[in-house]
Design a protein. Sequence first.
Length: 122
Amino acid sequence: MIGLIKEGITFQTSLKKAADKYPTNGLIGSLVSGMTAGPGEKKEHDFPEKLPHLEELVHRVNQILDEKSDETEAGEYRAFVYELAYDVCKSAGAGFLGTGENINAYEADFLQRLKTSLLKEE
């Protein structure tokens, strides 16, 4: 439970940092404003129950970025996605009260697969 709370807080903090880091990126700005709640506000999201495999999902995202974004915006978005995933994975360690190893083997594998998929050349 503590780990989930840490991950949620890290997610919100990382979104706000991304908005500051990429102030001219409209795609990231739109995503951040759509996913962050204001004071006293609760955001409801309609996520599908089952997402496609990571590589398939990232491939689809890359296709959309190639079609609708310029190279700079797409590159910043890819970096943002990886940085967000890394921050969340790193935020909560394993073990009692999340004080153990910060990135476990499963998370390290996920991050490597994500990075490879995001950077894959067509």
